[in-house]
Ligand binder design. Structure first.
Ligand code: ME8
Length: 641
């Protein structure tokens, strides 16, 4: 009996809608689950949503909803996207569920009563003073900041001073190191494993288990004045969802006796590879078996995040290509563990090449010849055709090659090997030129070629099913097959189709595409049109913009740029430099001392080699320009909303 396979995605923050980064992890988990099931292994696939913490509370406030209402609404975006992508999860865990809360209390209690290997309390109280980025939901150090801002969220972290409970992470690091080195906790790819081992060598300190001033979260089981730190809450999802607190049988099956695999990108590696194993060890629970860190996407060279940068909505890709092709395209852009830049303009070309030309053509050419020469029925097999033996060998070897690649999470390689068989099938078809044999009356040989090609298509329909679940079923219907033979065992043997079976292709499975229907797949940010055609922003989009009153402290002309002034501005609790295109309207003397309005959460830019960290607001009509200033005596740093 093989151990049950348990695979998880991160639980995604509900402060915004999913983008293709989230889709990537979720499609990969779906693929692995489907593949293991095809191979006869029991599998459980968990995904879900991370609904607590200041980040979600802020988004709820911006949307004018209670936190719970906001979460109830936004999780639907995730569920809909996953449905549109034909993702079939077995569990969807929400951190606001009662089941999850019970599990968080259970693990907190277990950690609270635990001792470290050297006999100290795992949980201790302390006073925390440090910088916290709500965007990351983590504490940062001065070293992490760029121009005083969190580089990932371009926002100034808040200074937090509060009583916290701490988790003695440092005491567990030697044991975690051993587990990683012995591969009891297998971290892949190797580069990420080294990165984690490197982190262990640094002094990463203990972590806060709780927060005092946050309002949206799970109260600690042993001190209701504190809420569980959102990462402690979130990580527990992996066991709460399978019964850690309320279903021993299920928990034993999937966690204790199963193979637990976490998928994610590098952004959350430290939490999963260090915090999570340490929490489990303290609570006396087995650590996960494998953690795979896949690549991180950028879009057209820009970082993609919910709050900044360009992003692609997976639903828009589904509208273009359908669920199967979207899954295929996303999984085949880069090796699974490697970062890469998504370029949507390549998608049509790749679709045409792999799916329309290779797979689609093979199916339609074979079906057509079967129809015209064999009365639409599968002809008898016939051996000793040139190139046939090699093709059969390649096909019969394929399931175990695919299996090995998937064991190592080389999803892209597994898919490439399947497409290679399709290409080999096409080559065999072309080289043996069955259309000529028809004219020459060599019907048996002709039938043998078509029979061989149908077998290749059958094997491909099984192996590609985890990637293209709907199209694979359509493919199988062409061959008169249903799901009863949809398993890896059936892909291991050639000549399994019954001669005489009806072969019928109603319409092309992968019609060629000229261009994409829409050129607006990349959102930056997404605009909604009202009836008069104006662009309308969601309120939550507007609310992302942070405006503040600033006072100009110093101004000077930028050498060689007639229109630019370099300004030093006071924002109350910080000073910044910005470059503004107002030199034709204001001299440095005229602008110095003025109160202005500045957008403070823009990505820093370099203008003529000078750093600009913000943008002032001005009104303009024709050749007139005037600064936007507050009507009243407000101090620098006042919020504008
Ligand atoms: O971090 N490229 O949630 P999150 C590839 N709630 N994958 C990407 C990606 C990109 N550009 N952007 C996001 C959180 N992802 C926490 C997790 S788990 C206990 C708590 C994927 O909504 C990738 O899997 O920010 C990444 O790790 C995850 O989304 C982060 O999702």
């Amino acid at each position: 009996m093989r151990t049950p396979f348990y695979v998880t995605t991160p639980i995604y923050y509900v402060n915004d809608r999913p983008h293709i980064g989230h889709a990537y992890t979720t499609i990969a988990a779906d693929l692995l689950t489907r593949f293991h099931r095809l191979s006869g292994r029991e599998a459980f696939f968990l995904t879900g949503t991370d609904e607590h913490g200041s980040k979600v509370a802020e988004a709820a406030q911006a949307a004018g909803l209670s936190e719970q209402e906001f979460c109830d609404r936004t999780i639907e975006y995730f569920k809909t996207a996953w449905k549109n992508l034909s993702i079939e999860y077995d569990g969807f865990i929400r951190t606001t569920s009662e089941r999850h809360k019970k599990a968080v209390w259970k693990i907190l209690d277990a950690m609270r009563s635990a001792k470290t290997p050297d006999g100290k309390d795992v949980v201790y109280t302390g006073f925390y003073e440090g910088l916290y980025c709500t965007g990351c939901e983590k504490f940062l150090t001065e070293k992490d900041l760029v121009n005083g801002l969190c580089p990932d969220h371009n926002r100034k972290p808040e200074l937090v001073k509060e009583k916290n409970y701490f988790f003695r992470l440092s005491a567990f690091l030697p044991a975690i190191k051993k587990k990683i080195e012995s591969n009891e906790l297998l971290i892949l790819p190797e580069e990420r494993r080294r990165e984690v081992l490197g982190l262990i060598e640094q002094d990463i300190g203990d972590f806060s288990l709780s927060r005092e001033k946050v309002k949206w979260g799970i109260p600690l089981s042993f001190d209701k004045t504190q809420l569980a730190y959102v990462w402690v809450d979130a990580l527990t999802n992996y066991i709460s969802a399978i019964g850690y607190a309320d279903d021993d049988k299920s928990f034993s099956k999937w966690w204790k006796n199963g193979e637990a695999v976490h998928l994610m990108a590098k952004d959350i590696l430290k939490f999963h590879c260090l915090y999570w194993p340490a929490m489990l060890m303290a609570a006396g629970v087995k650590t996960p078996d494998k953690i795979f860190i896949h690549g991180f996407f950028t879009v057209d060279g820009e970082k993609m995040s919910k709050s900044l940068g360009k992003k692609i909505d997976p639903n828009d890709l589904v509208a273009e290509f359908g669920p199967d092709v979207t899954r295929y395209l996303l999984l085949t852009q880069f090796p699974f563990g490697t970062d890469g830049d998504i370029q949507v303009n390549r998608f049509v070309r790749q679709y045409n090449s792999d799916l329309a030309n290779d797979l689609g053509n093979l199916v339609s050419r074979v079906a057509k010849l079967v129809e015209t020469n064999c009365g639409g029925k599968l002809p008898e097999s016939f051996k000793n055709i040139a190139g046939q033996k090699e093709l059969i060998e390649q096909a019969e070897a394929l399931p175990s090659i695919v299996y090995k690649h998937l064991e190592q999470f080389s999803l892209d390689k597994a898919i490439a090997e399947i497409i290679n068989l399709v290409k080999a099938g096409n080559k065999f078809f072309n080289d043996s030129a069955p259309w000529k044999l028809a004219k020459e009356g060599k019907i048996k040989e002709l039938g043998g070629i078509l029979n061989t090609c149908c077998e290749v298509i059958r094997i491909v329909s099984i192996l590609l099913y985890p990637v293209l679940p709907n199209k694979a079923r359509e493919l199988r219907r062409v061959l008169g097959l249903d799901d009863s033979t949809l398993n890896i065992k059936n892909a291991e043997n050639f000549f399994a189709l019954k001669p005489g079976t009806k072969i019928e292709l109603e319409k092309a499975l992968f019609p060629r595409l000229d261009t994409m229907k829409s050129d607006a797949v990349i959102a930056e940010p997404k605009a909604v049109h009202n009836e008069s055609g104006n662009n309308l922003l969601d309120f939550s989009e507007f609310a992302k913009m942070k405006l503040k009153v600033a006072q100009v402290l110093k101004a000077e002309k930028v050498e060689g740029a007639d229109k630019l002034l370099k300004l030093e501005i006071d924002l109350g609790d910080e000073k910044r430099q910005i470059v503004a295109g107002v030199a034709e309207f204001y001299t440095p003397e005229q602008i110095t001392g003025k109160k202005i309005i500045v957008v403070v959460n823009l990505k820093p830019a370099r203008i003529r080699g000078i750093n600009s960290n913000g943008m002032l607001l001005a009104a303009k009509k024709g050749k007139l320009l005037a600064l936007v200033t507050p009507d009243g005596d407000l101090p620098p740093g006042a919020d504008v909303s």
